[in-house]
Design a protein around this ligand. Sequence first.
Ligand SMILES: Cc1ncc(COP(=O)(O)O)c(C=O)c1O
Length: 407
Amino acid sequence: MSPATPGAPSAPTQGAPTGAPAAAFATRSIHGGRTPDPTTGAILTPIHQSTTFVQDGVGEHRGYTYSRDTNPTVATLEAALGSLEGAPPAVCTATGMAATSVLCLALLSAGDRVVVGEVVYGGTTRLLRRVLSRFDVRVDAADASDPVAWRAALAEPAALCIVESPANPTLALCDLAAAAEAAHAAGARLVVDNTFLTPALQSPFEFGADVVLYSTTKSIEGHNATLGGALLSRDADLLERFRLVRKTLGAPQSPFEAWLTLRGLKTLELRMARHSSSALAVARFLAEHPAVARVAHPFLDGFPQAELARRQQRDGGGLVAVELTGGVPAAHAFVRATRCFALAENLGSAESLVTHPATMTHGDLDPAERARLGIGDGLVRLSVGLEDPADLVADLDRALAAAGGAR
Ligand SMILES: Cc1ncc(COP(=O)(O)O)c(C=O)c1O
């Protein structure tokens, strides 16, 4: 590889602006991994919308050859994410599910066993149960919010463990340090899907995770504008395996989406603080409402795992799970009546969103299984956006009145 590529990032920096000491999160979210464009001085990394890169001679290039392998704009995002997680540059993929697929194909072989949290994003379960099971990968689900059940599931050896904390959609937490210890004792690597909290609010490597996974589609980009995924690890060998599978599978992040995600990162800390404070305000309002059977938010007083939430998270995050009395009819009337909260399957965006997991994201599960996992018919998941919290509360108040008529 020859040095400096005109218009391309040189060796990505790991955090602070050049020459500065290690910087705080907000500073890294703006400067980490970035340098001004060496050709023009543009302060923002250009969108290198190019499939291929001209070589001076066979094997003589500037670090970039073909964008399915790597691309300068994507490489800048990878370095920026690495700097926020205290890790080497990430491996960024086309979607969050592409990241999960790359992870599994890179780390699993026929005959391996995976232990997955029983409440995780439905696509993760679908990949494991309906696709990888055909390749002789054994999948066992365990309650990741119960350290005793989790340890019991790992009494037998395993290759990989996948957890979310908070989990989608119940918001049950997993004690990450305990989960890592049990995984390692069974010979497994622990993967934490940190999509809900982002590196602004939770740092899974501090608790022993081997891989951190993101759907950057959610809060990291934060504006409902992109699809993307990322895998981070402190193990250079794992990163190399991820890069090989991403290139071979053909699942890289696109330069334009990477550029939008770089922009989203700059406000990540501010947005996560606002999402968290507004979600807490919404949860407090809902907890007092007679049409509400149960509310979950990790920083709400009375949350069953409040101590763990404060130990593991820097704030509560933007999601609220609310169980309405009145089951499916009340939930459907509620999601139809909200105005600020759009009925849509995403989370972590500026716009507030609402979903009904039992008939949307988790509709694949049979009703008895859903009930056992705490995904009741009346459960509604709110992704609290960046609008004025008073308007959000007023919207929910009105929608609850409408849902009352459906009871
Ligand atoms: C926690 C979590 N992980 C992964 C994914 C998959 O991400 P994507 O939709 O970007 O493929 C999602 C999507 O909703 C998610 O909620």
